[in-house]
Design a binder for this molecule. Structure first.
Ligand SMILES: [Zn+2]
Length: 309
C-alpha cells in the first residue's frame, strides 16, 4: 500500500483539509479475492477511509491505491451476472430517452461496457457506430459473438478516440471506480461533438436507502474510490464544462433473487431465502426499486471555450 498518495477532491480539486471524516477504513486483505472487483456481486462492506468534501459534497478515498493497481484488479475481476447486466441495460435505455431525442444517432461510446448489451440497444435505436471499452476479459468473454467487434479490452483513454467524434457517451456505475472522474468527464467532453451528450449513472450516498443501510449499504465497498450525491455529480459535470446538466433519481428493475442477494442479511439467512425463491420460482420475478442511484446528463456546448486545446 506504499503507493497510496493523498489526493485532492476528485470533483472540485479542493484540498483534503476541506473535507470531513466520513467513514473509517475497514480492510481485510485475506478476503480480497477476484470477486471483490466484479461490478455486481454480493456486497462485502470493506472500504478504504473516505472523507466528504465540504465544497462539492462528494465522498472520496483520500489515499487511494494507484491507477495501475486498480486497472490490474479490474483486469482480474470475474464477471458473474449476465442477466443482471441485461436488466440494467433495459433501465439505462429507458433513462437515455430524453438525451436520445436531442442528439444525432451516428456514433456512441460506452465506458465500462461489460457484455456490450447497452451497445446492442443503441444499435436497435438507430446508432450507426457503437464502441465499448471494458477492462474485464471475463465480461467480454460473456458477450455474444455479434457484439465482440464493438468491444475493446482495456481502460478508457482519451487518445484512443478521435476528438469531437461521438454524439453520445455513456458511463454507468463506473465513475465510482476510477481515480480521476473529473479527468474522464473532461476527456469525454472533448470526444463529444458540439451538442453531444454525456450520460452517467452513479450511486447516491444521500438517498434514503443508502442512509438507512449505512455501513451495510452495498455502496460501501473497497472498489469505490468516490461516492456521489445528486449535487456532487452535477458539480462534476459542471466543473468539466457541460451545459444543460440534469440530474434525477434512477429506478432499477431486477429479478427478486438479485435484490435478495444485495440485502444485508447473514449468509445462512440469505441462502435460505435464495433457496425459497428458487424453488418457488419467485426469484425470477422482476421488481423495480429505487436503490438510490442517480442518472445525470450534460451536453457539450456548441460554443465551447478552450475545450479543444
Ligand atoms: Zn470537492
Amino acid at each position: 500500500m506504499s503507493d497510496r498518495m493523498e489526493r485532492t477532491c476528485p470533483v472540485c480539486r479542493a484540498s483534503a483539509s476541506d473535507a470531513d471524516a466520513f467513514l473509517d477504513e475497514r480492510v481485510d486483505p485475506s478476503t480480497l479475492d477476484s470477486f471483490s472487483f466484479a461490478s455486481r456481486k454480493e456486497p462485502e462492506f470493506f472500504n478504504y477511509r473516505m472523507v466528504r468534501c465540504r465544497k462539492c459534497d462528494v465522498v472520496y478515498v483520500d489515499r487511494p491505491p494507484s491507477q495501475q493497481a486498480l486497472a490490474q484488479a479490474y483486469h482480474e475481476a470475474d464477471f458473474d451476472s449476465v442477466e443482471e447486466a441485461n436488466d440494467a441495460a433495459t433501465a439505462y435505455l429507458r433513462e437515455l430517452a430524453p438525451a436520445l431525442r436531442r442528439v444525432e444517432r451516428n456514433s456512441a461510446l460506452e465506458i465500462g461496457t461489460g457484455t456490450g448489451v447497452l451497445l446492442e440497444g443503441l444499435v436497435e435505436r438507430g446508432f450507426a457506430r457503437v464502441v465499448g471499452i471494458e477492462p474485464s476479459p471475463a465480461a467480454i468473454a460473456a458477450a455474444p459473438a455479434n457484439r465482440r467487434a464493438w468491444i475493446r479490452e482495456g481502460i478508457f483513454q482519451e487518445h484512443d478516440y478521435e476528438p469531437a467524434s461521438f454524439d453520445l457517451v455513456c458511463c454507468f456505475m463506473t465513475l465510482e471506480h476510477v481515480r480521476e472522474p473529473l479527468e474522464i468527464a473532461e476527456s469525454v467532453l472533448r470526444l463529444l461533438k458540439p451538442g453531444g451528450a454525456f450520460v452517467t449513472v452513479t450511486h447516491d450516498y444521500r438517498s434514503a436507502v443508502n442512509r438507512l443501510l449505512g455501513r451495510r449499504s452495498p455502496i460501501i465497498d473497497i472498489e469505490h474510490m468516490q461516492l456521489f450525491s445528486q449535487s456532487s455529480i452535477a458539480a462534476l459535470l459542471g466543473n468539466a464544462g457541460y451545459v444543460d446538466v440534469a440530474v434525477k433519481p434512477f429506478v432499477n428493475r431486477y429479478a427478486i433473487s438479485y435484490w435478495t442477494r444485495l440485502l444485508p442479511l447473514n449468509s445462512a439467512m440469505k441462502q435460505g431465502a435464495m433457496r425459497l425463491l428458487s424453488s418457488s420460482g419467485l426469484g425470477r420475478l422482476k421488481a423495480s426499486f429505487n436503490v438510490g442511484n442517480t442518472v445525470a446528463v450534460g451536453y457539450r456546448p456548441h460554443e465551447s471555450k478552450g475545450t479543444d486545446a
